[in-house]
Design a protein around this ligand. Sequence first.
Ligand code: ADP
Ligand code: MG
Length: 308
Amino acid sequence: MLKLTHLSKSFDSIKAVNDIDLEVKKGEIFGLLGPNGAGKTTVISMIAALLKPDAGKIYIDSLDLDTNLRKIKKMMGVVPQEMAFYEELTAKENLLFWGKLQGVSKKILDDRIRFYLEKTGLLGRENDPLKKYSGGMKRRINLIIGLIHQPKLLLLDEPTIGIDVQTRLNIYEIIKEASLQETTILLTTHNLQEAEELCHRIGIMDQGKILTEGTLKELIKIVGEKDIVLISGNFSADKGQKMLAPFKETSVISLEDGKIIMSLDASKKIPLLLQSFFKEGISIDDVSIKQPNLESVFLKLTGKELRE
Ligand SMILES: Nc1ncnc2c1ncn2[C@@H]1O[C@H](COP(=O)(O)OP(=O)(O)O)[C@@H](O)[C@H]1O
Ligand SMILES: [Mg+2]
């Protein structure tokens, strides 16, 4: 349904998106997971034809975006991170306006607006101007605008950022339901739990690259059976390296002054490792052990923690 080949975009010297390839199948919910600045929004903006790639190709339903823009725009729904509607107009007026703009007939539109307002718990509030809505309510309207013409491809840029748990779950439900209706969904997130719960497949993105992609199960295989362990304390990078040398089955992911991230069998190795630090008079501030999960996959691939 969606195919990206060698897609790149730079802003001055920043390679925001650096030669990425990606395929998303029909009806799939695909999540691009990455920290701020990874390049997620830039990818979405290029697919939405809001930003021109420096290089590479975008195909939607086997059509080249460059030469089929009008046709593709009709098939696509875009929900940007920022709200895109008229605050002075009511929810219903907004939905009517955006729906008509997408070419949906009045008759279908009335039913569909009612349907989505009910789904999102906003029925009864449709005649309030959006400026009176809470942040979470506005997000739901933003999502409905993207869905109103039942697009074949829905692009969601951080759909649940900064909203309450209840609205978040509500939005998950709507996204899942749209995918059951064969809408293909590409969403971005920097929330591990969101990627785990919602996405059929996940691409881990950092510094303009998709480092790997697959189902949660496939991704977890990358870390294997071993745990990811973070140790922080009063040691130099050099000293840390020396301390780790005798532990042959440990692979170091990142090592800097005061902090080591490594992959090892924690229950067997941690007591010995800590003992050897203590013997050298090194104080340890923190030890954290992460069992194989999406978080540890992210750590292993990027050497970074993904903070909310
Ligand atoms: N319009 C722009 N002008 C200059 N730099 C930009 C612009 N848009 C994005 N960038 C830079 O490109 C990189 C990727 O940004 P973005 O795609 O917004 O990342 P994300 O959505 O993953 O947080 C960042 O370093 C960001 O500062
Ligand atoms: Mg972004």
